[in-house]
Design a protein around this ligand. Structure first.
Ligand code: GDP
Ligand code: MG
Length: 564
């Protein structure tokens, strides 16, 4: 397949703006799947994804598309939509030359519309903007196009209008993909090099690696190696995702496909790594950036007798998600467990839910925390820990303040898009969480974009929930890294144990109660700065407990609050 007939693209959007629906429609229109022959949302494969309606792992599909008498090979990558998964969005972007930016014509520009737009823009990708859901009665495409002009400087004349649900405008979108997105610039005759942009563990066939072939060609039985390791593998199978795996004789420059080469874990296939023939090594295509874990929690078996089986389940799940970090941890109250690091709070929730659904494992998870840094005052500790600045992922291991010259914590730049009537309320929520307002821009007379600097620790506990409930679900939020800033930490050791109730919906309720607990404790530990507010929170917690008692007949989880 000559590279000039190939287009590699992904669809980016705020959650629920229609990525998966559009991917399904594109697969149908190109005849890749039969209409109605599959469940909705072919590319959302994990049980958790269907249940939560979010895409957890990016899925790729290769499809053939006829236009003007030519057959094009389109490689579609369905990217995950949530803030925690920006890491995955970034790696999917690296494998394509253009993106379709979907915006719901009813909801308008949202926080992740901006975040995904800027990732694509900064990566210099061609952007095809499209308004989706124009079939909705309350759709207002002209107004949303004007918001896109104001927020993203996109010309309204460039914006396509589609209904992913009904298929309206999707053929035009496919034409725009072919016409506007440049083909990959590979050379089939150069030495083979490919970019690894996804990998997962297939129960029957082992590790599957997705690769965007930049130059050259690859066939079965070739000997390959990866820039980040010295190991040599033999290619056992290669092929295209259609969207299920279909073997091929060869993969060529410009194509996107899978490789199976007998790897035992996805840790061997680092995302962002470069693969080449053993006999002709190449320099890395992208600098390898390891996943950055920003939310940590201890995970323990409900009972120490289940330690081995929980460990087995964790091992299996981590074969599939190499962005989770793990270290052993010991707790006086809970015994032997592990401290897991996640990209964000949702990533943690999805992981724990998969642990239960896919591996039948129940566990106790501690309240999440962020990685703090402690800069030592004295040589003694610097020698002992072999570092001047220690990163602490477990609140229990925070060094005594007397030996530390400065503690610091991660801050983020938060972006909120909201109907303007909630501005005051949102400002109040943010100020209570040590936020500093950076700017506020009206996109039109009903919607405003607000930006804040705030500590990540204030975001991961209950910020989303409160923001959603105070704005009846209308505000959207996203955040990005903004470096570390000094903070004061007061360490206390009492461990409170609280029973909460497991099961789907009930567990969510309880998590909220739990989060309020933490907020209250935090205020106390900050020296009773705001007793009135703390008291209010404690009262709410009491109400929560009363509610909890009503559902106590269900299965129990014990959750430990680490106070500090
Ligand atoms: P994603 O989170 O971006 O993958 O969004 P989904 O594809 O899961 O869509 C979210 C919801 O919007 C689903 O209930 C879809 O059925 C619905 N939806 C998607 N596209 C359209 C559309 O063009 N029109 C209408 N009316 N609903 C749509
Ligand atoms: Mg989806």
């Amino acid at each position: 397949f000559p590279p000039e007939l190939i287009r590699n693209f992904c669809i980016v959007a705020h959650v629920d703006h229609g990525k998966s629906t559009l991917a399904d429609r594109i697969l149908e229109i190109t005849g890749t799947i039969k209409p109605g022959s599959h469940d909705n949302q072919v590319l959302d494969r994990l049980e958790v994804e269907r249940e939560r309606g979010i895409t957890v792992k990016a899925q790729t599909a290769s499809l053939f598309y006829e236009l003007d008498g030519k057959t094009y090979l389109l490689n579609l990558i369905d990217t995950p939509g949530h803030v925690d998964f920006n890491y995955e969005v970034a790696r999917s972007l690296a494998a394509c030359q253009g993106v379709v930016l979907l915006v719901d014509a009813n909801q308008g520009v949202q926080a992740q519309t901006l975040a995904t737009f800027y990732s694509a823009f900064e990566a210099d990708k061609t952007i095809i903007p499209a308004l989706n859901k124009i079939d909705l009665k309350h759709a207002n495409p002209d107004a949303v196009a004007a918001q896109m002009k104001k927020a993203l400087d996109i010309e309204p004349s460039e914006v396509l209008r589609i209904s992913a649900k009904l298929g309206t405008g999707v053929p035009d979108l496919l034409r725009a993909i072919v016409h506007r997105i440049p083909p990959p610039v590979g050379n089939v005759n150069k030495p083979f090099r490919g970019l690894v942009f996804d990998s997962w563990f297939d129960k029957r066939r082992g590790v599957v690696t997705l690769v965007a072939v930049v130059d050259g060609q690859l066939k079965k039985e070739d000997k390959i190696s990866f820039v980040s390791s010295d190991k040599v593998y033999e290619v056992k199978d290669i092929g295209l995702m259609r969207p299920d795996k279909v073997s091929a004789e060869k993969l060529y420059a410009g194509q996107v496909g899978y490789i199976m080469c007998g790897m035992k874990t996805t840790k061997e296939a680092q995302i962002g790594d470069t693969v080449s023939h053993k006999s002709s090594p190449v320099p890395p295509i992208l600098p390898i950036r390891p996943a950055k874990q920003m939310v940590f929690a201890g995970v323990y078996p409900e009972d120490q007798s289940q330690n081995e089986s929980l460990r087995g389940s964790l091992d299996k799940l981590m074969l599939n998600d190499s962005s989770v970090s793990v270290t052993m941890e010991q707790s006086a109250a809970l015994g032997q467990g592990w401290r897991l690091g996640f990209l964000g709070l949702l990533h943690m929730e999805v992981f724990l839910q998969r642990l239960e659904y896919e591996h039948g494992a129940t566990c106790i998870a501690t309240i999440p925390s962020v990685p703090y840094r402690a800069k030592f005052k004295f040589e003694k500790q610097i020698k002992e820990f072999r570092t001047e600045v220690l990163t602490v992922v477990n609140p229990q291991s925070i060094p005594e303040a007397s030996v530390v010259s400065e503690f610091s914590e991660p801050w983020v730049m938060g972006t909120i898009l909201t109907p303007s009537e909630y501005m005051g309320e949102i400002l109040a929520i943010c100020m209570e969480r040590r936020a500093q307002q950076k700017n506020a821009t009206f996109l039109d007379n009903t919607r405003v974009l607000m930006q804040f600097h705030m500590p990540l620790s204030e975001v991961i506990v209950d910020f989303f929930d409160i923001l959603k409930s105070k704005t009846s679900g209308y505000a959207s939020f996203d955040y990005e890294d903004a470096g570390y800033r000094p903070c004061t930490l007061v360490k206390q050791f009492p461990v409170a144990i609280q029973a909460t109730v497991g099961g789907k919906i009930i567990a969510r309720e309880d998590l909220k109660q739990l989060r309020k607990d933490v907020v209250a404790q935090k205020i106390y530990s900050h020296g009773g700065r705001d007793k009135g507010r703390a008291q209010k929170l404690l009262n709410r917690q009491k109400e929560g407990k009363a509610r909890m008692r009503m559902v106590e007949t269900f299965r129990y989880h014990t959750t430990v609050l680490l106070k500090f």
